[in-house]
Ligand binder design. Sequence first.
Ligand code: HEM
Length: 414
Amino acid sequence: MAALVSDLGDSTAALLLKGYTWLPDRLRRGGAGPVRTRLLGRPAVALHGPEAVGFFYDERNVRRRDALPGPVLDTLFGRGAVHTLDGEAHRVRKALFVERLTDAEAVSALVERVREEWRRAFEARGGTVVLFDEAALVLARAVSAWAGIALSEAWTRRLARDAVAMVDGFATPGPRHLRARVARLRQQRRIERLVNRRRSHGDGPGPAPTVLSAVTWHRDADGRLLDARTAAVELLNVVRPTVAIAWFVTFAAHALHRWPEHRDRLADEPAYALAFAHEVRRFYPFAPFLGGLAARDTTWQGTPVPEGTMLLLDVYGHNHDPALWPDPYHFHPDRFLGRAPGADEMIPQGGGDAATGHRCPGEDITVAVLKALSAELATLDHTVPDQDLRISLRRIPARPRSGFRMTLGGPGGR
Ligand code: HEM
């Protein structure tokens, strides 16, 4: 039986202190066997590697109900979100997302809107801007129009800031966390009103529903409409992560600044832009790990895992594992040239199958938007002033400290 290495104390403080490296370090110290620890006062087992991805995404082994702590639900995902469902209830709710978010035409329509908003934002513009903030606003404008929640300019700006705040504050106590809670409540209430207004008109979803009408008229496994708050939660589960692609766009700019040799190929070769987008998702830190609870008494690598044990799937460590990625800390888009990453090979947005499991249904959108905006960045006339571009792995979610300031070339800059 493989050795089981135990932490005696709770590791929550170590996680808050070390951030992305906490779980990979813990696994390294544990050697080859499973690693047991405690998180948020609960016994936990850390899982790593492709076999672990298969284990984690088998719903006989892992359930999501009660797995996510309240502070994460009240900021990042929302109470009653698809992330917290299992079995038939999950499959029926998940179809709501998968149908719209993986439809090739719908994805292209969103990418086109994003590209237009990007060009409008940067065209004939000079001065110094913070790319992270600009990208969030571009994405908020595009996704709110695409999802059917057209907003005033003031509300779009508020949405961009709130969506960023919800992601930025989920994993940390203090003011960032409070901002995230306020942001969620404000946006949930506003979208609840939109849903109620739709319902009072009673016109149904129509033949090609927007995300707003699909959510408004979605029936759960019990045949009932979602209550307005849950409908708002799920609409935000499309809007918020789309705005969060700003993190990857900022990382793409960081990569282009550090390794400018990628610029020409990125601008000229669509296949290279796709490979570049995958490498940004693999190389840079975003989701540190994923959590679930053991759905039954089971075993992992010969070690008993009692029902209810927290199971932590190492995401950051997986995407930098030298056994899977030769030279993992080398930014090397060519590793994805001409081949898409395998389903459980790279897991920045989860593993398994998006239609049946909890894998992110927004992966097509993320890759397509990141591909398009990486190519836009490569041709944007700008310089990068001196600034603090360090990315602290202690901060979840990580990003370049300055947000990536760039000085635009001005009129005719594109
Ligand atoms: C789930 C990452 C973009 C919608 C997830 C999960 C991760 C993830 C790690 C959890 C998988 C699991 O629990 O097993 C990301 C990252 C993104 C991104 C890093 C880039 C910014 C998107 C986009 C959308 C989206 C653009 C929608 C347009 C969702 C939804 C779920 C999810 C609805 C819940 C799925 C479920 O529980 O069945 N994402 N995501 N995400 N994501 Fe994304």
